[in-house]
Design a protein around this ligand. Structure first.
Ligand SMILES: Cc1cc2nc3c(=O)[nH]c(=O)nc-3n(C[C@H](O)[C@H](O)[C@H](O)COP(=O)(O)OP(=O)(O)OC[C@H]3O[C@@H](n4cnc5c(N)ncnc54)[C@H](O)[C@@H]3O)c2cc1C
Ligand SMILES: *[C@@H]1O[C@H](CO)[C@@H](O)[C@H](O)[C@H]1NC(C)=O
Ligand SMILES: *[C@@H]1O[C@H](CO)[C@@H](O)[C@H](O)[C@H]1NC(C)=O
Length: 477
């Protein structure tokens, strides 16, 4: 039996009146979840299949999986992942694949030759990497320094220290932190993998760079923590299996138009933008598994405290895609560094928005493009930026000009990951931001998960879901 306040009951009544004549449906659920990516899809499976709660999962795209992007070559049927690359073996991650009978394997490695190029001019940067042993030694040292802080920020911020007890290093600009500890030789491993997601990580606050590349990534590099992918080499297999399992409990191509949230439950008006169908969903709990940006939160009747807390987050915008112009040389990686990084200024990095790298990944001359944008860079802007850089590289003679004249990039696939790596200012951290953030949990029947409340790693987000599930389930019997 679901108890709803009278205001919601009257809304239900009016919705059911029109449902006969127009495309309306009314659903009653224990938990409604918004966002079918890493955190939302996982929570949906756990709540419904393991805890026996009724759920509805609202997803704006027509598939689950969020930042996973698996392109399958139509001729060879070989999959190429150009979003999420691999899953870190954390918590019960393997068990979660097992329950869907998805065998695991290692991510395939494509060996490339890297050209360091200043993409603003197309000129080669004479960039000398430290010997590999030095990079790995610096990584081991980095791990020893950052590992003790891991549980302060992961899987969530629940144990984040009070302002007076925050380790000073966490609030230094990352460049200063690296120099202070003599960790420069680890940067050529940290930046190109996940550090670049923050934009110019050298200027960002250390604790947020550690959320992008922290202890788990360092352990993976030194061989202390495993990573895996589905044996098929297609990461989307996991989310397709979840989709098959959840079946009709997912509302695809749908977004929330309006909401009412109270202590007694929530009521969401949801629209399918393909069919126009409106669903009125009444649920006892809401789990928000999307980035809490102003745009995403607009339909959610935020109160003043929620709005001012979530409004402090800033983001970078990430885009990835696949291109296959014959001008790119098979086996090459084109990597963007400013000219002033030569010969070994590893902390000199480009400022967003920029194309970070263009890497050969195999197949029919497929190259994966990674773009890191400031808050204003949209998908069109990202494509334009890569087009401009392509022209610059061609003109400077960095590519094999397969034909003459101006050329259009051939996008085989493209994905807007949008705002990620949520962070706040040092002043906000010192003002107790993370205590205010975690205090939002459970208010007005609403719970929060996803990158901003946890960290941008698939399996750590699942661990964070595990942390908040007891609170969601409390009182739901
Ligand atoms: C290029 C790239 C590579 C990555 N590689 C790895 C990796 O190798 N390993 C790893 O562990 N992590 C990786 N990550 C990070 C990881 O994928 C993310 O941290 C994770 O997906 C975040 O999970 P989430 O649930 O917060 O959001 P998402 O997974 O992004 O899910 C959000 C979902 O909500 C939907 N949505 C958004 N807004 C709305 C709305 N208003 N209404 C309804 N639905 C909405 C989206 O379509 C999406 O499906 C990578 C990220 C990127 C961008
Ligand atoms: C990955 O490769 C290592 C080393 O060959 C092996 O021990 C491990 O079992 C592999 N992992 C998976 C998931 O297959
Ligand atoms: C490009 O133009 C130059 C000079 O006109 C010519 O020599 C070259 O063959 C052309 N290349 C291609 C691939 O058409």
């Amino acid at each position: 039996m679901i108890l709803l306040p009278t205001s919601i009951l009257s809304l239900v009544a009016s919705a059911s009146l029109v449902s006969a004549s127009s495309r309306h449906e009314t659903l009653y659920k224990d938990v409604v979840i918004v966002g079918g990516g890493a955190s939302g899809a996982y929570a949906a499976v756990r709540l419904r299949d393991d805890y026996g709660k009724s759920i509805a999962l609202i997803e704006k795209q027509d598939i689950l999986g969020g930042m996973v992007d698996s392109y399958v070559d139509p001729d060879t049927k070989i999959p190429y992942d150009f979003g999420v690359k691999s899953f870190i073996d954390a918590g019960n991650a393997k068990g979660f694949f097992d329950r869907f009978n998805i065998p695991l394997g290692n991510a395939s490695v494509v060996t490339v030759t890297t050209d360091y190029i200043d993409f603003t001019t197309g000129q080669v940067v004479q960039y000398d990497l430290p010997p590999f042993e030095d990079q790995m030694a610096a990584m081991a040292k980095f791990l020893a320094i950052v590992e003790p802080w891991e549980t302060l920020m992961q899987p969530g911020y629940d144990h984040f220290p009070l302002p007076s007890a925050i380790p000073a290093d966490l609030l230094l600009p990352y460049g200063e932190f690296i120099t202070k500890h003599g960790l420069e030789a680890a940067i050529p491993l940290i930046y190109p993998t996940t550090g670049l997601g923050l934009g110019n990580m050298a200027r960002e606050t250390t604790m947020f760079v550690l959320q992008a590349f922290g202890a788990s990534m360092a352990r993976a590099f030194v061989g202390k923590q495993a990573q895996f992918v589905p044996a098929s080499g297609r990461n989307q297999d996991l989310y397709d299996a979840i989709a098959a399992d959840l079946a009709d409990d997912v509302l695809y191509s749908s977004t929330v138009l309006a909401s009412r949230r109270s202590k007694a439950g929530v009521s969401l008006t949801v629209r399918n933008h393909r069919t126009g169908q409106i669903s009125q969903i009444h649920a006892r709990r809401l789990l928000l598994a999307i980035e809490p940006t102003a745009d995403n939160m607009a339909p959610f009747d935020l109160d003043r405290n929620e709005r001012s807390t979530l409004g402090k987050f800033t983001y970078t915008n990430e885009y990835t895609g696949l291109v296959n112009n014959p001008d790119f040389v098979s086996g090459m990686s084109y990597f963007n560094v400013p000219a002033s990084a030569a010969p070994d200024n590893y902390l000199v990095l480009p400022d967003p928005s920029f194309t970070a790298r263009i890497d050969y990944i195999g197949g029919d001359n497929l190259f994966r493009v990674t773009v890191v944008g400031d808050e204003s860079l949209d998908a069109n802007g990202a494509k334009k930026l890569v087009q401009k850089d392509f022209a610059t590289l061609l003109k400077a003679g960095r590519l094999q000009a397969a034909t003459n004249g101006s050329r259009a990039l051939n996008w085989v696939d493209f994905s807007a990951h949008g705002p990620m790596h949520a962070r706040v200012s040092v002043k906000d951290v010192r003002d107790g931001f993370f205590q205010k953030l975690t205090a939002l949990q459970g208010g007005r029947s609403t719970w929060w998960t996803g990158g901003a409340f946890s960290v941008n790693f698939q399996t750590t987000l699942w661990e964070y879901d595990e942390l908040i599930l007891p609170g969601i389930l409390k009182g739901l019997d």
